[in-house]
Each structure stands twice: as C-alpha cells, then as structure tokens.
Ligand binder design. Structure first.
Ligand SMILES: [Cu+2]
Length: 465
C-alpha cells in the first residue's frame, strides 16, 4: 500500500476528527447568542458552557426580544433591551429560555451540564425536516379566497422573512404569493373595507393591502411588535405587544389612541356587536376583558388553575406566570370569555357579566388560537405541540373531540363557506407546508391544501369572499 493510499484510507477519520473538534470548540467556546428575525432566532440555539461563564445575547433584529427562563436553577428576566444583554451563569444545570413575546423562540444552555436531546427544540437545525402531506384535497370546493401568512418563508426578493399566500378556494390553487418588502414576520390579518391589514410581528408596522389588486396601499407605524388585528366598522384594534398597549386606529389607519394593557398583549377577539373584547397577555399570563365604547378594562384575571379553588385573584402581587396565553376569545353574545395557555396546556373560561372565573381544564400540548365557530357552538383550538385541533363545546365547556393529523405546529383557524353552503375550518401549520381543512358538520378532516415546501410558519389565516 502506498503512502497516498494510506492517506486516503485515513481521510474519513481525519475529517471526522476535524468536525468533532470544531463542534467541541464551537459548543465549548461560543458564549454569544445572536437574536435575529429569521429562524432559528436564537443562534446558537444550544450552548454548553462552564459555570461562571458570561453569555451575551446580541439583538440583530428589528424588534425587541427579551430573554426569559422557563426552566433552570435560577430565573432570568432580561426585560427589554435594544443592543445586548449579558448574564453570568454561576449555578450548574440546564436552562431553557424563551422570548416571552414570541414564545416559540427558544434556546437551551447547559451550565457545567450536557443538554439532554429532549430539551433541544425540533427546529434547532433549521429548516425542520419536511413531512409528507397526510391526505388529498377536499372533494367539495370552498368559496372565496384563503389568505395565510407564511411567517418564516424566505424570499430572494426581500430582506426579512414572511410572505402571504392567497389560495382560491374554488380551485384550491395558489392565486398569488405576496412578497412585499414591508413584510417582516407577518403574523395576523383582518379585513376591513376591502383592505387587508397585516401585523408585522417582528417590526413596528402594519402593512395594508388592497383585497383585489393585492398591492400595498399603506405602511403604518403602530409600535413595537404588533401581534394581532381585529376591528368592527371604523375602529381597528391592534395589540402592540412590545409596548404593553393596544393601538386603536380609525378606518384611515390613523392612531386614535393607545391604551395600556396587561404585559405582553397578543391575541384578541370581539363579541359579534363589537362591544366587548377579550385580550390575552402572554407575558403577564392574564386575560383582560374590555368595554370597547370606553376602551377600558371591565376585569382581568391571571390564568392560574389555583383560581379554580379560590375563585378570587390571589396572585395580584405576582409579576407574571408561565401560562403564556397567546389568544383570548369571546362568545358572539359576549357572555363568556376564554383563553388557552400555550405554556400550561390549559383552557380557561370566564363569565363576563359576572366578571369571574368559571373553569379550567387540560386541553393539550401548546394550544394557540381560540376562535369560535360561525354557529357559535364550538371553539376550535389548534394544539401546536401535538399537531391536533381540540374542539371545545361552548354549551358545557368540555372537549368534544380531538382531531388528529392536522399538522406540526398547528396554529391558526379561519372559517369559510363551502360551495354547498356548509362550513369549513381552515387551519394553518407553523411547521408543515399545508393548510388542513376541517368539515364543521362532522368535525373530521375534509382534506389538505398543499403549500410550497418552504412556506414555513403558517400563522394568521383569513377567508375573504
Ligand atoms: Cu421575540
């Protein structure tokens, strides 16, 4: 065997040693975490460091992203920072942290400890593995257009992630993909007066599109991390999550006022007449119920199962809890408000006229939106952790069904008419490139609408006529 042959035989070993060495150094030495607008957001997502090491988070994004521990030997709350934040880890152990504004932004730090694989987010090496679409298109066509925000989709023509896909429900084909430069992690959307208002969650602006031409018609500064948008008539409510405020705009997108909300307001919903609104505050772990005539809070409650025992708010002095509700809903008649804790997997119900807690129950892993059905009988709750949808009855507030095989990271719900006049629910999926269609009569899956394979981050979803 020649020298050269020996070298080639050894080459794989040399390469393997090099990779292992690089990996070791990278894991051992890196103590700066970069925060960016693009997945996996906290990079590196996994750090292993020696005790007494200082970790610095550098913000390279358009909006604030605080650091908050969910697990670990000590609690860390960075609060808002605009450049960087440092913390020296003295206590050994495994720390799991999130951005409490965007709680799927997640990182893990092992201090003098190995990070166990089950603590590493599935998307730590981005993109996540593609999954096989579980079924065919729905046999009965829908009506109108389905607008879905692919919040993480990257495009060569723009600098920030996020696009909007418009599907013609008459053909199940994608009509158009909006990749306007103003879109930065578009998260939620609402139709008013022939315009589609879009929140750019990782930015400070709304993008407003004409429903028919699909052209950008306005770009509105509302403040830090606008999350959800909903309105009736001439009043538009936007949760300005990073400012702990609601922005109230008129129908020409002028800000009428900003009012303070419990910390980290994210998703809201209004009664049919628009008079009462429920808001979920993710960072605080609270629901607040509002009178939209005076724009004041009627009552607010922590999402805390202990209130099931006390029936009163025992946690008034507590700064926050880890229930992490993303959205609150309200029945059409304004009688009951509800929210699901993305962190604690519980569904909470409140009596609005009585201003009191009614009940809480386990709903499943990582519940997200809580949108009442058009007939008011059900609330559909996508479970991002298990890829299911829980169906809650508004009659007795129990789970009547769990629909499986919806999609990884099931997130948003919108209802749209079928061509036979019955209803579909369309569900967006953060980590699966399809829309899941649920038949609202049988509560079974009617089919799946495929999206481009890189259309990650299915979030806000809306049906227009
Ligand atoms: Cu964030």
């Amino acid at each position: 065997m020649t020298k050269q042959h020996k070298f080639f035989l050894l080459l794989p070993l040399v390469i393997a040693a090099g990779i292992a060495g690089y990996f070791f150094l990278f894991r051992a030495k890196a103590n700066t975490v970069t925060i960016s607008d693009s997945a996996p957001w906290f990079f590196p997502t996994v750090l292993e460091i020696a005790p007494n090491t200082t970790v610095t988070w550098q913000l390279k994004a358009a909006a604030v992203h605080p650091v908050m521990t969910l697990e670990g030997p000590e609690e860390i709350h960075s609060g808002h920072f605009t450049r960087d934040f440092s913390h020296t880890f003295t206590k050994p152990g495994v720390y799991v942290y999130i951005c409490p504004i965007h709680p799927y932004m997640r990182g893990v730090i092992g201090v003098g400890a190995k990070v166990p694989p089950e603590k590493i987010p599935k998307w730590a090496s981005w993109p996540p593995p593609p999954s096989q679409i579980p079924g065919e298109l729905p046999p009965v066509k829908g009506a109108g257009h389905i607008w879905v925000e692919a919040q993480f989709q990257e495009s060569e023509t723009k600098s920030k992630p996020g696009s909007i896909l418009i599907i013609n429900a008459d053909s199940w084909q994608i009509d158009e993909i909006i990749t306007d430069e103003s879109l930065n992690n578009p998260h939620n959307l609402w139709e008013i007066g022939g315009k589609i208002i879009v929140t750019n969650w990782f930015d400070k602006y709304l993008s407003v599109f004409d429903k028919f031409s699909r052209q950008l018609v306005d770009h509105v500064l509302v403040g830090e991390s606008p999350a959800h948008v909903m309105g009736t008539g001439d009043k538009i409510y936007v949760t300005v999550q990073g400012e702990d405020a609601l922005a109230i705009l008129d129908d020409e997108y002028e800000i009428l006022k900003k009012v303070r909300a419990p910390k980290g307001p994210h998703g809201h919903w209004m009664s049919e007449d628009g008079r009462i609104m429920a808001v979920a505050s993710t960072e605080k772990g609270k629901i607040s119920v509002w009178d939209t005539e005076s724009d004041t809070i009627l009552f607010e409650e922590f999402l805390d199962d202990e209130s099931a025992v006390s029936h009163e708010d025992m946690h008034i002095d507590e700064e926050h809890n880890h229930s992490l509700p993303l959205m609150a809903g309200i029945t059409d008649d304004g009688r009951f408000a509800f929210a699901a804790g993305n962190g604690d997997g519980k569904f909470y119900v409140f009596d609005v006229p009585g201003k009191k807690f009614v009940k809480a129950f386990d709903i499943g892993s990582g519940p997200v939106q809580t949108v009442p059905s058009p007939d008011g009988r059900f609330v559909l709750v996508p479970l991002s952790g298990s890829g299911e949808v829980a169906v809650v009855s508004t009659k007795n507030w129990t789970i009547v069904k769990k629909i499986a095989n919806v999609g990884a990271g099931a997130h948003g719900v919108a209802y749209g008419k079928r061509q036979d006049g019955k209803w579909y629910a369309y569900v967006s999926n953060k980590f699966a490139a399809w829309i899941t269609v649920i038949d609202m009569e049988t509560l079974d899956i009617a089919g799946y609408i495929p999206l481009p394979p890189d259309a990650w981050g299915g979030q806000g979803i809306l049906v227009t006529n």
